[in-house]
Ligand binder design. Structure first.
Ligand SMILES: *Cc1c(COP(=O)(O)O)cnc(C)c1O
Length: 498
């Protein structure tokens, strides 16, 4: 299994190289040159296996230069006992063909754990193969969920340091508490004055600063990235779509070969792209349904074939989907263009220069065939949370509620009642104030008291990682400026290089 680049299809690298470096030198994203095919027999063989065993079978097909033992050890370390259910990603039946795939049973209660629990292990093996002896410094700018999930994934990973910058006023109180109480001997967290874009710009500047790079090199270290353009974050996400199909087979909800639809609350397009890869591998997926919040750049794109970021940016109750540039879309377009990297380089130049591009009629025709898309605003999200809780006793988080709302609209409009898997991306307690608002309003003011209130109201248990937060030791209280010099100083200090 080899990998090439979306912007230069003469590139030819191994899986280890793609994961260790993250992005191709000319700025393209690594993609597999062919996809492993899953026969009905191969799917059937996965049914009796545990999640980590299913993961090992599937990932082995993608990680050509890993030994089976290496891949199995990565899956064991990630999915062995770090999730609060042995099912890892259980499927809940909401009736009449609606199935919720719960992706938030990991240590930070959001779906980012599904990939960020295994990425550190994949990266360690990849670095051993491609740059032995080097220590990796993971640098993250976060608006909340990714930072915490990356810290939890990389904490105490051998030969690795992880540093996270977050905007001082740009994350929720819960998210801040989660990060500043982070345990582990190799972690560092610092707030920066400014917003998420400032944090992101500062981190990007450090990544490419020759002085910083050579200072690190003298200490046997080099930067790497844990963000969702790394193939090592995408490939583990293919597993849970295949796993959910196996669970539906085991439950008798479908028979082998029956089609399913998949609905994904989408931001950077990583999660739904993984479902597309599962389909290409032969998993019987009929429609891929892309759900957006009020930032409906993707909905408009699937309707018109024009991707246009020249529009207002809205802050919504589903913040992890507040995105205008969905980076992983580039991979989909590469495949739909017939692996035409010149065409993709052209589109991405358009995005950079004009913040917009239009795909060819041939690509648009395939998009129509594969995808449906829709959007839901905050009011509809509230109504959906309330209604699903009243009707089914099931508590949706705000992101999952976007997906459910878009799905119900799709189903009503098309009459398509194909059994459907809806990706659920966060535990509702991560967004307690919005959930309480949907259920009639909050009495308590403090975030911690609000969780107690939600628990008393619904009987849903507060997840353990959030329950203990208010008594954990606060470790990281620093705030630094958003200029490169301040951030560089912070990095040196956190790496003990100052
Ligand atoms: C990151 C995230 C998303 C968006 O996923 P993408 O892969 O970026 O499309 C949706 N919901 C939650 C809760 C997230 O944390």
């Amino acid at each position: 299994m080899r990998y090439t680049s979306t912007r230069n299809n003469k590139t030819d690298v191994t899986a280890a190289k793609a994961i260790a470096t993250g992005i191709s030198p000319e700025g393209g994203l690594y993609v597999p040159t062919e996809l492993p095919i899953l026969s009905a027999t191969a799917i059937q063989e996965l049914v009796p296996l545990s999640y980590k065993e299913r993961a090992a079978r599937i990932l082995s097909r993608f990680l050509g230069d890993f030994t089976v033992e290496e891949t199995t050890a990565c899956c064991e370390a990630a999915y062995g006992d770090r999730f609060d259910t042995p099912a890892v990603a259980p499927v809940v039946d909401l009736g009449e063909g609606r199935h919720i795939l719960e992706l938030w049973h990991g240590p930070t209660c959001a779906f980012k754990d599904m990939a960020l629990q295994i990425l550190p292990h994949l990266m360690r093996v990849s670095v051993q193969k491609t740059a032995p002896g080097q220590k990796i410094v993971i640098l993250v700018a976060t608006s909340g969920d990714t930072g915490k999930a990356a810290l939890e994934g990389f904490r105490d990973a051998p030969d690795t340091r992880i540093l996270v910058f977050y905007p001082v006023d740009g994350v929720s109180e819960m998210q801040r508490l989660q990060m500043i109480t982070q345990e582990g001997d190799n972690v560092g967290v610092c707030a920066i004055r400014g917003n998420f874009d400032d944090a992101q710009t500062g981190v990007k500047a450090l990544f490419t600063d020759d002085e910083v790079i050579s200072a690190l090199e003298k200490n046997g270290m080099r930067f790497s990235s844990a963000n969702s353009i790394n193939w090592g974050r995408l490939v583990p996400q293919i597993v849970y779509y295949i796993s959910s199909y196996c669970d539906l087979l085991a439950a008798g909800s479908i028979a082998m070969g029956d089609p399913i639809n998949v609905v994904v609350p989408t931001g950077n397009f990583g999660n739904i792209l993984a479902a597309y890869y599962a389909k290409r591998m032969g998993l019987p997926i009929a429609k891929l349904i892309c759900a957006s919040n009020k930032n409906r750049v993707l909905t408009d794109f699937f309707e018109t074939g024009v991707y246009d970021c020249n529009r207002p940016f809205y802050t919504t109750t589903s913040p992890s989907m507040d995105i205008l540039v969905s980076s992983n879309l580039e991979r989909l377009l590469y495949h739909l263009s017939g692996e035409n990297s010149e065409e993709i380089a052209g589109l991405m130049a358009g995005l950079k220069n004009d913040r917009k591009y239009a795909v060819s009629p041939a690509v648009k025709a395939q998009m129509d065939n594969l995808f449906a898309a829709g959007s839901a605003d905050d009011a509809l999200v509230e109504e959906t949370i309330q209604q699903v809780y009243t009707d089914k006793g099931y508590l949706l988080d705000t992101h999952t509620a976007v997906a459910v709302a878009v799905y119900e609209d799709y189903r009503a409009k098309t009459g398509d009642t194909t059994p459907t898997v809806i990706a659920s991306t966060a535990n509702p307690y991560k967004f307690t104030p919005s959930i309480l608002a949907a259920l009639g309003g909050a009495e308590a003011e403090k975030p911690y008291d609000q969780m107690q209130e939600l628990q008393a109201k619904t009987g849903w248990a507060i997840p353990a990682p959030l329950a203990g937060l208010n008594v954990k030791e606060i470790r990281f209280t620093d705030v630094c400026g958003n200029d490169t010099a301040s951030m560089q100083q912070t990095v040196y200090r956190l790496l003990d290089m100052a």
